[in-house]
Design a protein around this ligand. Structure first.
Ligand code: NAI
Ligand code: 15L
Length: 279
């Protein structure tokens, strides 16, 4: 965390008037559509994919392609804070990542600057550090080691967040989400799992903790054998309540993973072995 160029503006009460949720049609977007309701008078929901219509006057549905700068500018107008989940969420050829994630995150921050939005929660990913080995223990200051174009795009997003704070005072919490699903799907996710309940609490901390500057926090539950240290994000007071431990027997009933499988070696697991996408 560094000193802000100008004062943060979000009120300390844990509620804003209009909160924008991008990526609202996705896996986590659907979860947060329900769970962020109490954080805002109006939740503006956006995605390139189709969305269920607004349920009531507390929801607005605004379709938008993040690669369309003018459309993103209109999307952000009138919003007080942004939870930015939208984009390509797996490893893909560079051009796909470029449009949704790299141009997309620039469009979101530039619109935030133009419309006076002072707080962004950025869905970063463990894949910004995916090439660390599973026997290494790292914190938010560890040099990034992206494990593909997707991880590179999230690394770029974190730098974008830092720049827009240093230059314009827009505050961001970049959450390096581990694996947020209903339950851990394999042995690697025993370390990386983030329950939906803990995700929701962390997004709330990221929205409403004052003076975060640009904070990087690892998004994981209170699992055993953690690879990541959140001491640099202690000011968020994030205390996860869930643990992957309750799923251990189920996960360990799966066939063992070969020692030379990337899922057994690297924190980023299989993402480290994707590509090349061109001959
Ligand atoms: P998802 O793939 O289910 O949702 C992403 C959404 O972004 C989709 O609904 C998609 O239509 C939308 N999107 C893609 N390109 C777009 C574009 N050009 N314009 C507008 N919308 C576009 O992913 P999920 O799992 O919900 O993840 C949400 C965010 O959290 C993503 O940014 C992902 O990278 C990040 N994340 C998720 C993790 C997880 O375990 N679920 C782990 C680490 C990061
Ligand atoms: C991610 O960044 C992906 O968006 C998600 O689908 C999972 O693959 C997760 O990382 C993970 O590493 O388990």
């Amino acid at each position: 965390m560094s000193e802000p160029a100008s004062s943060p503006a979000i009120p300390s009460a844990d509620r804003v008037h209009r909160l924008l949720l991008t990526g609202a049609a996705g896996g986590l977007g659907k979860v947060l559509r329900e769970r962020l309701k109490s954080f805002a008078e109006v939740l503006r929901l956006s995605d390139i994919a189709s969305l269920a219509p607004a349920a009531d006057a507390h929801e607005e549905v605004v379709p938008c392609d993040l690669s369309d700068k003018a459309a993103v500018d209109a999307l952000v107008a009138g919003c007080d804070a942004i939870v930015h989940l939208g984009g390509v969420s797996v490893e893909r050829p560079f051009e796909e990542i470029l449009e949704a994630n790299i141009r997309g995150v620039f469009h979101v921050y530039e619109a935030a600057r133009r419309h006076g939005v002072k707080r962004v929660v950025f869905a970063s990913s463990n894949h910004v550090i995916g090439f660390y080995r599973q026997d290494e223990h790292i914190d938010a200051t560890a040099q990034r080691r992206p494990d593909g174009y997707y991880g590179l795009s999230k690394s770029f997003g974190e730098d974008m967040a830092q720049f827009y704070f240093d230059r314009y005072g827009i505050e961001t919490v970049s959450i390096r989400i581990g694996s947020s699903f209903p339950e851990p799907l394999n042995r690697r996710m025993m370390h990386t799992w983030l329950s939906y309940r803990d995700l929701t609490v962390l997004v709330g901390k990221a929205l409403f903790t004052p003076d975060v500057g640009h904070t990087v926090v690892y998004g994981m539950s209170d699992n055993q054998g953690l690879w990541w240290d959140n001491s640099h994000a202690a000011h968020l007071s994030f205390a996860p309540q869930d643990s992957s431990e309750v799923f251990r027997d189920k996960v360990e009933a799966q066939p063992p993973v070969a020692p030379n499988d990337p899922n057994a070696i690297y924190q980023g697991g299989a993402f480290t072995a994707q590509g090349p996408f061109e001959s």
